[in-house]
Design a protein around this ligand. Structure first.
Ligand SMILES: NC(=O)c1ccc[n+]([C@@H]2O[C@H](COP(=O)([O-])OP(=O)(O)OC[C@H]3O[C@@H](n4cnc5c(N)ncnc54)[C@H](OP(=O)(O)O)[C@@H]3O)[C@@H](O)[C@H]2O)c1
Length: 333
């Protein structure tokens, strides 16, 4: 496993991180706590120290499971969580309504985007309690909102850092202009954005920006939620409540197209003795500006497989060959 600093913070985090959204169950068709804890232990055993969670992942469930899993091995973990999506009060920008399994207009729980200083402080206390720790290594603003000036948010985050409750500051789902605002008011260490072979908009947006300003870039959904592992065949049926069940991305026709795309990479994968999931992760962290890949997983075997990608180095020629194929695939869209 290779490690890289979370931007200027100097905190070394594994370039392959464990994404803890799915283990929260919400939007993923439920959870299995014991299996999730085993998956987290497997991640740590295989060199993954970066764990990324959020209060909203299962409305506390993901953070609670992470807390139980790392309780006796806290020092081996770079613990990243988020703030800014709240459901305990109505403040900020209304975002969506949800039931216990997935967003739904008739759902009883209302989620707001809120980055007001007092709300962030409340959230941090709740996260520390659920995570059973006295410090968060990286706190990220989950989604940006319109009711609080970014300078106020950043001041609150800097204060939490001075108090030792958080060690580094990140944003997510943000624009370069918003990152400018964060940087004017304090020290921004990381940016977390959706990025994969199928979702490359940040190659012309945030990736050049973070590279220029030495901010770490944490790619989320790098496997396109499993599609880029090559293991989602035409017969796979997703459980009720699993967001992938009705997504166009997972239509049988698209599964066929992605299989064809991945087929072009088989020779490179074979040369390095890699699975498609490993090749995809290795490709992601080799892209300009992309320093870490947050890979979601629920099973120990998946985590072991994904962690191994953290020591793979693809050659310039292999990366160029893959780039040409991915460009041609995007043009055929
Ligand atoms: N900041 C944000 O707004 C935001 C948004 C989304 C995600 N994230 C973060 O990024 C993380 C990763 O994103 P993600 O979970 O959406 O998507 P992802 O990492 O692209 O895909 C995760 C899914 O891929 C499947 N998978 C993983 N490893 C596999 C393997 N080796 N073989 C076969 N299948 C495998 C699993 O599906 P099964 O569960 O079906 O096995 C897993 O749940 C999240 O956990 C979260 O920490 C952040």
């Amino acid at each position: 496993m290779r490690y890289s600093s979370l931007g200027p913070s100097g905190i070394d985090a594994s370039i392959v991180g464990f994404g803890a959204w799915a283990i929260g169950g919400w939007m993923w068709g439920g959870t299995d706590e014991r299996e999730s804890i085993r998956a987290i232990h497997k991640a740590i055993d295989h060199g993954i120290n970066l764990i990324d969670t959020a209060p909203v992942y299962g409305f506390g469930v993901s953070e609670e499971i992470v807390g139980k899993a790392i309780k006796d091995r806290r020092d081996k973990v770079v613990l990243a969580t988020k703030c800014g999506l709240i459901w305990h009060r109505e403040q900020g920008d209304f975002y969506f309504a949800t039931d216990d399994s997935h967003p739904s207009k008739s759902g009883g729980r209302k989620v707001y985007r809120c980055l007001a200083p007092e709300s962030i402080r409340d959230e941090v206390e709740q996260s520390l309690r659920r995570l059973q720790t006295d410090r968060i290594d990286l706190l990220q603003t989950h989604w940006q909102e319109s009711t609080t000036p970014i300078s106020d948010t950043m001041q609150a985050l800097m204060k939490l850092k001075q108090e030792g409750k958080i060690r580094a500051i990140g944003c997510s789902n943000a624009t370069p202009e918003q990152m400018d605002e964060y940087r004017r008011a304090g020290e921004l260490d990381t940016d977390q954005e959706r990025y994969s072979m199928l979702d490359r908009k940040h190659e012309t947006e945030n990736l050049p920006y973070v590279a220029e300003h030495q901010i770490a870039f944490l790619a989320y959904s790098p496997l396109a939620q499993g599609l880029l592992t090559g293991k989602v065949g035409p017969n796979r049926v997703f459980k009720e409540g699993d967001q992938r069940r009705n997504k166009d991305l997972f239509s049988v026709e698209n599964r066929r197209r992605i299989k064809e795309l991945l087929g072009h990479f088989q020779a490179i994968a074979d040369k390095h003795n890699l699975t498609m999931a490993q090749l995809t992760i290795a490709w992601t962290v080799a892209q300009h500006g992309c320093t870490h890949a947050l890979v979601g997983a629920r099973r120990p075997a998946q985590v072991k497989e994904n962690a191994a990608a953290g020591s793979v180095k693809l050659s310039e020629n292999e990366l160029m060959e893959m780039q040409a194929t991915i460009d041609a695939f995007a043009d055929s869209d």
